[in-house]
Each structure stands twice: as structure tokens, then as C-alpha cells.
Design a protein around this ligand. Sequence first.
Ligand code: FAD
Length: 826
Amino acid sequence: APKVVIIGAGIVGANLADELCSLGWTNTTVVEQGPLDLPGGSTSHAPGLVYQTNPSKTMAKFATYTVSKLQSLKDQDGSSCFNQVGGLEVATTEARLHDLKRKQGWAHSWGIEAKLISPEECLKLYPLLNRDRVLGGMHIPSDGLALAAKAVQLLVKRTREKGVKYIDRTPVTGIARSDGKVTGVVTPNGTISADIVVCCAGFWGVEVSKMAGLTLPLLPLAHQYVKTTPIQALKERKNPPNSASLPILRHQDQDLYYREHGDFYGIGYYGHKPMPVNAASLGWTPSTVSDNNMPSRLTFTAEDFAPAWQESQELLPVMREAEIADGFNGIFSFTPDGGSLVGESPTLDGFWVAEAVWVTHSAGVARAVAEVLVKGKSQIDLSDCDLSRFEGVQLSLDYVSETSQQNFIEVYNILHPLEPKQSPRNLRVSAFFARQEQLGAMFLEQRGWERPHWYKANEKLVKTLPREWRPQERDAWSSKFYSPIVAVEAWKTRTAVAMYDMTPLRRLEISGPGALDLLQQACTGDVSRPVGTITYALVLDDNACLRCDIIVARLEEELFHVGIFNPIVIETLSRSARKQSQHSSGKWAAIHEVTAGTSALGLWGPHAHAVIRKLSEDDFSTSGFPHHTVKRVHIAGIPATAVRLSHVGEAGWEIYVNADVGLRLWDAVFDAGQSEGIIAAGRAALNSLRMEKGFRDFGSDFTSEHTPAAAGMEGLVAPSKTGYTGANALASLVGKQPEKRLRTLTIDDGKSVVMGKEPVFQHGKAVGYVTSAAFAYTIGKPVAYAWLPSGVREGDKVQVEYFGKRVPATIAANVTVKENWMDDRS
Ligand code: FAD
């Protein structure tokens, strides 16, 4: 097995050593700066509350695995590392009470038992609650307390027996490398050689990653935790020391959580101002660490805790007899979107990180990293926590600091799935931005890009909508970040013509004598077709699971324009290109991302031809410019690349120009389109139209957990092609039914729009979950995609659980996305 060095013996590092052992890799050394029995990182003082429910399926699955692993991890007297006291989230506001229903939906979607309970039932479970404050709650019987520090000690013991070496009181001070590959870690006692280094350094991750030349978007923040003096009512519960028997308790309306420590309480608080910490300023961990003296523990600032103490006495009146016995400001990691950071450095092969991981998700993340290292792939999709999900503008210190602090503030807030950041904004704008502002664009932000969701300028058309296109009334939640203008934009696209800003979609130019081989190896389509053709295909992993869909336009013999929907694949392509040229120097391929330097305009609708004819001498007729072809053209005198495909199922082109002439292109098309009824349209209409067409989005609709057949995308595999990544595995799947399939549902009442991630019930049982949803204006009903058992048939009746209500829905015909899917024949 390769030689692995893990930096850090916290809950993540120890779990990783263990998970590697279970997959047969025991040639591992764990290097820890602190003393191994109490290393002094966040794990050393973590109170260990494990709430598994999460909007992210990935994070919820990490949590459920962590619970089962900690339960099975037992010391000599048979006691495990998990105290399954259950979890109780109480609501003290109507808004929270309502939102618990949504949360219960996530639990149902991800297979976690969760029950909404009345105030009386809350009191029965938790008699110390103030009945006057509690409006209701959610009970999750399988939640509980992780004994994180004990788990680390047991994992150290177990892995040592299998051959893992632990070196403590030894800081890693550098990362050794040669030829773009890691070769070891540098310590004051010499270099320890390694083929793979994994940074599990907790909130020191930024410092350690810097040694490898990697900018980690992580901010250490202090978070207050206090312990009270003993409380009579807890004494009477006769808990063993430091143990608990009441459920762990969350009071999110006041940013608070609680656990018992034997006969006193522990209280955690997120309501104070964010307190950023520079880990470098803490210095190395001393060689002796104690409960009260460790680098991750800063001095308690009592004044910041004052509101929490008052609120705690309100919710739990038994606290009125107690005092704060001990408190600290404990440090742990936050990130710009609150997710963990997992993956390999894009610039240094063999340097991996598993960072910003809560105890709650620790074993799950560790298993995923071990699986990727040993088997090349994790069974749980990692998109939500992949290191490469951040763009360059999101890696600046200012951005990381501001957004991570915001995440701390919002950690318990009720957030709408479309809710944009207030700040920082306008980080990336397309060349069309000035015009979009003039048209009253409602911008949402994604990956730093400002993306129009709809345009206020189209509001005047709402009253002209034909009856069958008129939008339905929506409930308060689905009305947020929504406007009836979306109906106008969908209508105009289907009946006239609309222009869409497609600039933020990732685009690459791949060139050189090895470009064709690289792409042939990477995707399921045959890209060796003549110059001027387009291939819509899939990128698979070795197990024939989906990594993304890809659009390859052959511009010249050795030049391809590539649209890609998953940033991780760009890194994979770069690595493959490097390997290919090492193997055969004549087969080099250059990969150049052109997204930011170009503008992309989607011009779609039945009048698109009429508009373009006014602007170009080039042949845009269907015979001169057939579906799935690409051409270099001039539009209003602007050199452009036009591809004959559509994301909405209408005639038209995606047009790419250099960013400097983007604004000119917008103006020319907008002016020429006036007589054809052109409008600018936004993402909300696009989402609705793409769902009507059957388009699936990587990340939300399908992930690396799915095969092409399961996702209804087997039509994008060239039948006679062999030799590409995943081809052999795909061949072995022939004739096998996937267990689940992505299906389309229509909502029976014709108006209830759901948002995604809701559970789907059949015969009273949760059998799947919604991925995306939208109102489909063309058919006048809401639609949703959902992962459901293969046995579910067209016409079957199911229910989508939306805020606790079961909304009846019907399974639509199976969709198979085909190679020619992107043409305009719907
Ligand atoms: P750590 O435990 O910090 O381990 C990293 C290790 O790396 C450290 O031991 C450190 O010494 C070592 N290291 C760093 N740099 C180097 C170097 N250069 N060389 C060698 N070794 C190095 N999470 C929950 O899930 N539930 C909770 O209830 C909860 N409550 C919390 C309450 C508080 C007050 C705090 C502060 C955190 C809480 N957390 C909770 C978060 C949780 O504690 C952390 O996310 C988790 O412990 C991180 O584990 P880790 O292994 O990544 O990091």
C-alpha cells in the first residue's frame, strides 16, 4: 500500500487512519503536534452533539454513518462512543414551528426517523422545559452525544494494533515535494516520506495547506461554550459523571444548544458576534495540554454570553438556581458556504485535505476520503464538500472572512434555498450587466456571478398573458424569490424569442495534437466527427457513475470548445492531459478555461431565426446550419462562435464572443429583436423550460452516485464506442435494472410548487426525494424530478411531503435524454 501521512490526530485524522486500515492500507503515519492523549484541537473539548438532519443528503449520510460507527466503537467494558439520548429541536416562534416541518421532510428524504411533537410531548421527553415558551418540537430518536475524545483514543489503539504509527508532539512545518508530487512532510526531527499526505489539521488547515501552496477557504472562529454549577433536577436524574440521559436540545430561535454533563448543564451559543482567529498566531501546541489549557480554548468573554444566559433561564427555569461555573471561547472551522472541504490539491498531486469537518460528520468524511484514496471513489457523492467548488474570487482572504463569519451568524437561521448573500456582491458580472441592470434584473448570486433571475422590465407583459399561461397563486415560501414575470419570460421564449445570459456556464478550449485523444478518453460520445459538429455526451468515473454531462464542439481539427457542468471534471481533465503528455510527448493537450474572458448569449424561441437573419450574412438556415453543429460567424460585425443547440427546447443558438464585444452583441440582438417581440429572460424561466424539456442538472438531479441508465441519460452513450473511462464498467451493467431512477412527476392540484429535497411517499412510505422542481408554464402544472424505486410506473400516484402536507402527484412517462436532445424539437 502507498505510504500515507495524516497530519492531525483529531476525530478526523484518527477516523481516517482507521478507515484506511479497514480498506487494507496500514502503511500510515499520523503526525500530531500535541500530546496524543489530549492533542488540544477542537476535538479535545467538543461537547459532541450529533444532529444528523441536514439539507445536504451527503452531510446527512456522513452523519448517519458516524453515528453507527461510534456506536460500534466500544471500550473494554463494552461501553460505546455514542450515547443515543435522541435529539430535540424546540420551536418558540411560529416561523420555527413551521420550518421544523420542512426539516422533518429532509429527515424523511435521507432515511432518518423524525417526529414532530406537540408542546406536551416535548415536556414529556424533556420535563425541564418551560411550557410557556415551547410551541412544539422535532424529535430524532437516533441523534445523541458523540464521545469524541474517547473515540480518538480507541481508534488510535485499534489502528496501532494494525500497524499505524503515531508520532506526537511533532509539528509538521513543511510539505516536501518533487515534480509536482508530494514526497513527505517536514518536521523539526526530519522529513517523513510519504506518497500521500492528508491534512486533517482542523482549524490549522489554512497554515498547513499554505505549506503545500494551497489556499484553503477556511476561517477559524471562536464559539462560546459554558458549563453551569450543579443543578438539583439533574442530580436527581443520577447520570454518571459527564454523561446524559435527556435528549440533546436545540433552541435555534435563540442560537442555543444544551446537553447534560452529569449533574450540570453544558450550553453552546452562536448568538454572539463572530470572533475570527488567526491560527498562526496561536503558535505550536505545548507539549503538555490540559482540559483548561489548550490552543483551541480561548478566554471566555462573559459579556458576550449574557443574552444566552438570560434566554437559557427562560427556556429551562432550573437554570435560575445555577451559575456559570466555567466557560471558554472554543475555536473551530467555518467556510464560505458552511460545507466541509475535501479533495486533492489541484496543483500538488498527493496532497489531500479533509477539513472543516464537525464531529457529527467525521467518520463519514473519513470513510469517503479513504474510499477515494483506495478505490478511486466514495460511495457518497462529494460535490457538496469538494474543495474545487470554489472559484478564484471566492478564495481571497476578504471573501473567506466575510462569508464564513456570515455563515456563523446564520448557522441556525431559517434560510430559503434561493436566498442570496447580501454581501459581498457584484464580484463577477457578465459583459451584459449594465443592460441587465437597466432592465431591472433581479439578481441572484452563484459562484460569485450575478445571474438575472427575471427582469422587472417584463412586468408590463404580465397582464397580456393568455389565460392558459397565467401563473397560479403560490404559498408564502415558494413565493419568495419568485415573480409572476417568470411566466411571461417562459411564454415569450415558447412563442416569440428571448435572450438568456449563459456567460457563467463553464467553458473550456482544449487544443493541441492530444486534444482529440483526451476527449475521446474522457467522454461517452464519439468526438472524432468532422470539424463543425457538436457532441453531447457524459463523463463517467471508472465505475460508470456520472461525473457530469459535457458539450464538445469541434472548431478545428485540434481545437475543441467544451461546455462542462462540474468544476471537478476540469481538474480531472488537466490531470489526464498531464499524464497523456508524459506518456507520449507528441500528444499534449492545452486546457484553457475561457468562461470569464468570453460572453455567452442564448437566443432561443420560434422567432430566433428572424432575429439572426437581420444581423448576419452567414447562413443560419436549418439546412446551412443544422442542429448540433457549430460555426464561426459574424453577428452585427462581431466575430462569434454559434452553436445550434438549446437549453430550453426551442430553435436558436448559443453565441459566444469575446467579453470586450459582449455588450455590443447584446445591444445588436436586443435592437434587432424588437420587431420580433424579443425580451431578456432569466434563470427562473430557464429552469422551468429546461425541466419541461427533460434537462437534468449535475449536482442537484444526478451525481456521482448514479449511472446513466438510472438518470435516464443512457441515450448519451455512443453505442459502439469503447475505451473511454467507465466503458468496461458500463458494459458490465447491461441488462441490470438500476434500483432507483430519476423520474418526472406532475403535481395533481396544478398549483403546489415544491422547492427540492422533499420526500416522496408511496403507500404511506417515504420511497424517494425530489431533486428539482418548477412550475411548467407550457403544460400549466408544477413538475418535479425525483429519485424513486425502479418499480414505480408511469401513472402511479405518489405524494410529495411539503411542510408536512402530502401533495398528490402523478408519475409521468420515463424520459431518456438523447444525443440530439439539445436541438429544438421538443
Ligand atoms: P482537531 O480536533 O482540531 O484536530 C486537528 C489536529 O491537528 C489537532 O490535534 C492539531 O494539534 C493537529 N495539527 C494541526 N496542525 C498541525 C501541524 N502543523 N502538525 C501536526 N499536527 C497538527 N461538532 C459537532 O459535531 N458537535 C458539537 O456539538 C460540536 N460542538 C463544538 C463546540 C465547540 C465549543 C467547538 C469549538 C467545536 C464544536 N464542534 C462540534 C466542532 C468540532 O469540535 C470540530 O469540528 C471537530 O472536532 C474537528 O475535528 P478535526 O479532527 O478536524 O480537528
